[in-house]
Design a binder for this molecule. Structure first.
Ligand code: SF4
Ligand code: SF4
Length: 383
């Protein structure tokens, strides 16, 4: 079941009313009492102003905390931003003051635990933030965004934030083919489902203001989708989100892999949508990331040398770059280098096209090059 609510602004009274309806219709509040430990997982990809549509909006966080705090005082909240500085990121995202107002605890980023997937494809074991796992109820608050590597990032992909800061980079090196990466994310999601067996995971997507184009960070463009989308099933939520913004279901490969592996229901005809219906969002559509590939195209490109030959690569826009070096720090295969006072440069043939550099760039200075001619010919029709 997916609960869909039209919500056309971040007016606090309106958002609280919609969140309250969602919590009641899902019976989520029945699972929470004064002894319940709740973890609220944000999307805090980096320190960005809420108007950019990149991180969970502070008004959605405030509405959630206002309602939850009437049931329990045991609330921990946070994320593992790629840039690691969670407090600075919370402040820039407008959430820090709200956390203080409701007297919640902020995630301790130094305590870890291991979770395992008993049926893995790439990874079986994960070192993740312990407080996220020890809670009785995990409430996931993702954004509705496009994603240059993953095509879309909504509920399931938001759990990549269980992994601490730069440790995410190692993943990209091992799972450097997008389909491997999709399986690795599903390995993590499966491990999370196993560790929450008998407990509750609930997803509430802030899709009031989302991100289209080259998401999930400053290279994307903020766009209103006017939606709050909620479910106990991340796969169903992500499938509905894709339909709502009129993107291509064949390209949400993380969701499709999750459906194939039995982690949720991704068949739209089998998902019961309550509240508003998809046709209430007829005027909403998002631009896809440029030159995104279908599942079949990705299978064809499983070898790195093929991807190097025919795909676009990151390009530094020197008019925007402030030479901060954040892209260099995060680059998983260390193919980016920077000399003091210079612009970063990269070796294209070592790039694995994870787009982590674009994700952390504070100035939207990392762009996609044009696709090489040979790529345009070979991938003609796969757009
Ligand atoms: S240059 Fe950017 S896209 Fe290429 S591997 Fe490094 S971080 Fe990933
Ligand atoms: S490209 Fe972006 S992240 Fe990299 S040095 Fe320039 S401004 Fe910093």
């Amino acid at each position: 079941m997916v609960i869909l609510k039209k919500c056309e602004s971040y007016d606090f009274i309106l958002v609280k009313e919609k969140v309250n309806e969602i919590f009641l219709e899902s019976n989520l509040l029945d699972k929470i009492n004064e002894k319940t430990n709740v973890f609220v997982k944000l999307n805090l990809v980096g320190p960005f102003d809420p108007s950019l549509g990149i991180t969970t909006h502070p008004i959605v966080v405030k509405a959630v905390l206002e309602i939850l705090s009437t049931k329990t005082k045991n609330i921990i909240i946070g994320d593992n931003p790629a840039t690691r500085d969670q407090i600075a990121t919370l402040k820039k995202c407008g959430i820090y003051e709200i956390i203080k107002e409701y007297d919640c605890k902020i995630l301790e980023q130094t305590i870890f635990t291991k979770i395992t997937n008993s049926n893995p494809i790439i990874y079986s074991e994960f070192e993740v933030s312990k407080q996220m796992i020890d809670a009785d109820v995990l409430i996931n608050l993702p954004k509705l965004k496009t994603h240059t590597l993953a095509y879309m990032t909504v509920a399931e992909k938001n759990f990549f934030g269980l992994i601490y800061g730069l440790n995410k980079s190692a993943w990209h090196v091992k799972a450097n083919n997008p389909l491997h990466f999709g399986n690795a994310i599903n390995d993590l999601y499966g491990a999370l489902l196993e560790s929450y067996k008998g407990k509750t995971i609930f997803h509430l997507c802030d899709g009031i203001l989302g991100l289209e184009g080259e998401g999930p960070s400053s290279a994307g463009d903020a766009k209103y989708a006017n939606a709050l989308i909620a479910s106990y099933d991340a796969i169903s939520l992500d499938r509905v989100a894709c339909e709502l913004v009129k993107l291509d279901q064949n390209k949400i490969y993380i969701t499709n892999i999750g459906q194939e592996r039995g982690y949720g229901e991704g068949d739209l005809s089998k998902i019961n949508i309550i509240g508003n219906q998809l046709n209430d969002f007829q005027d909403i559509s998002f631009k896809a990331p440029k030159d995104s590939l279908s599942h079949i195209g990705l299978k064809f490109l499983k070898f790195k040398f093929l991807r190097n030959m025919i795909l676009e690569h990151p390009k530094i826009n020197k008019d925007k770059c402030i030479r901060c070096g954040e892209c260099v720090k995060i680059c998983p295969p260390k193919t980016m280098k920077i000399e003091k006072g210079q612009f970063p440069h990269l070796k294209n043939n070592q790039c694995i096209r994870c787009w982590c550099c674009a994700e952390v760039c504070p100035k939207n200075a990392i762009e996609k090059s044009k696709r090489p001619l040979i790529g345009k010919i070979i991938l003609k029709g796969d757009k």
